[in-house]
Design a protein. Sequence first.
Length: 276
Amino acid sequence: MKISDQIENIFPSLPRQERKVAMIAVQKSEQVQQMSISELAGQAAVSNATITRFVKRLGCGNFAGFKISLARGSEDSEPSETDESDATTSVLDFYSKVLNKTRHKLNSDELRQAVDWITTSHRVYLFGIGSSGYSAHEFNQRLMRMGIYSIAMTESQIMAMVGSLTGPQDLVIALSNSGRTLSVNEAVNLVRNQGTRVISITSYPDSPLAKLSDLSLLVQNTRFIDNSRFINSQFSIMYVIDILTTLLVQNKKFNQKMSRTIGMVEDKRLSSFGGN
C-alpha cells in the first residue's frame, strides 16, 4: 500500500494536529519531499515533535524515511500538465484525479455483489443526509426507472423509523463520504438488527459506517485532492452510482423498463413544446 493511501485510511483516527500534517503530505507530496522537518512544521503550524509522532505512526523510523516513502509513491503518479490559469483544464485535472483514485479503490467482484443484492432485494432504501441526500435521490430515480422498488430517505427521523421496519428481504444503501454521519449510522444499526443487508458507499474503510456494512464500496474523498477553488464532495460517489447503473441495465428486464420510462418522459417533454 502506498503511504498516501495509508495516510488517508488512518486520517479520521489521527489527532487534530497530525491531521494538519497529513493533509499537506497527501495534497503536496512532491513539495514535502523537498522540505526539512522544520519547514513542514512551519507550514502546518505544528511542532517538530508532532511530525515525528505522525511519521512513526506510519511505520517510518524518522522524517527522512517518511520522505523516501512519499517519493516511492509518487513514482506511480502521472505528471500533471494542468495550466492553473485555465479553469476548464483545472477542473478536468481535478475530475481525472478523483476518478483514477476511486477506480483503484473499487473491486469488480464487490460491484457485482452489490448489483446482485439490488436485483434480488424486495425493496431498496437509500440513506443519505445533506449532499449525500441529493446523491441518494439521484440513485433512487435511476432505480425507479428500471422498475426497482426503491425509496430515498434523507431525513433523520424518517430514516430511523423506516430502519426499524425493514426486513431480511430488503436492502439499504447508505451514502456518506466520512462514514461518520450519526443519524445515518444509527439508522443503519437499526436495520442490521432487523437482518437487513447494508451496502455503504464511503471514503474510509475503518469508519463506523463501513464497519456496520455487509459490503462497503470505497471511493476517493475529494478533500485529499489539492484544489482549493473547486470541491465537489459527491463526485466520486456519483461515479460509483454510474457504474452500478451501467451494470444493472445489462439486465434485459431492467434495460427494457428503463427504455420505456425514459421514452415516456421524453414524449411528455416533446409534447410540451407543441402548446399554443
